[in-house]
Design a binder for this molecule. Sequence first.
Ligand code: OAD
Ligand code: ZN
Length: 268
Amino acid sequence: MANDSLKKAAKEIVKKGHVVAFTGAGVSQESGIPTFRDPGGLWDRFNPMEFGTTQGIIELANNNPQKLIDFLTDSINSIGNAPPNPAHIAIAELEKLGLLDCVITQNIDNLHQAAGSKHVIEVHGNIYAFRCTQCNETFKFTKDDFIGFLKKAIVELSSGSMERIVNTMPACKCGGKARLDVVLFGEPVHMIPESYMEIEQAKVVLIVGTSGTVYPVSEIPRYAKKSGAVIIDINPRETFYTDIDNYMLKGPAGVVLPELLVQVKAML
Ligand code: OAD
Ligand code: ZN
């Protein structure tokens, strides 16, 4: 049976509309993709200074390619095989009902779009997108093509030749070489003005599955709170947002969000 907070949170969504979902790795955990900072998470197994920075990746490619191959293989296996879960689907459904305006996600896994969400702002990029290192043009590949590129890069990594690795990357029509359009530590995040424009209009923010530790994106829900939005936090554990939460719905997103959706639909 739905608890009191769940019903009250659903009522806010129905009454106010203009929901923005702000999501992190936890929303994809039940799809089989590990989070970053939970025990067994990505940054628990791979040092972020080595695997999350350009400098670290170049050093690994030169000095310890096998470690980079293990990381890339791990990433292909987890993201490449993951389907959207009931949390992504419930968020897409809220958009279809006209209650949710957009999703701002820190995830690169493309699962919100795979679940049917139409308006998704990806502040840390997208795993299937490449960006030209010369003209900055971005282009997106299908999952299969992307996995093909990565497999070729892995083969060349074993050869130890940086030039051969760079040559496996897709070429832009300007002639420049492209790189993955994923934000690494120390790099500027994407679409911050667009995120702030959306969040300014938000009447309700659903914070789903994020620890709220990575600046500057972690500030986005705080800005909404200042403009009077109701904050609903969905997470099995405490987050850094307890000071701004109006509702803390404790539990896995794939369970809580479908329950919330049932309550919302019952009130329409
Ligand atoms: P974290 O790993 O920091 O946090 C994951 C959050 O998900 C934690 O609060 C967990 O309690 C929660 N969680 C775990 N399982 C869940 C479930 N089934 N349902 C709901 N919540 C669950 O991941 P993020 O906050 O996304 O950046 O990390 C932010 C950024 O740090 C990432 O975008 C990435 C990383 O470094 C870059 O790579 C640039
Ligand atoms: Zn170009």
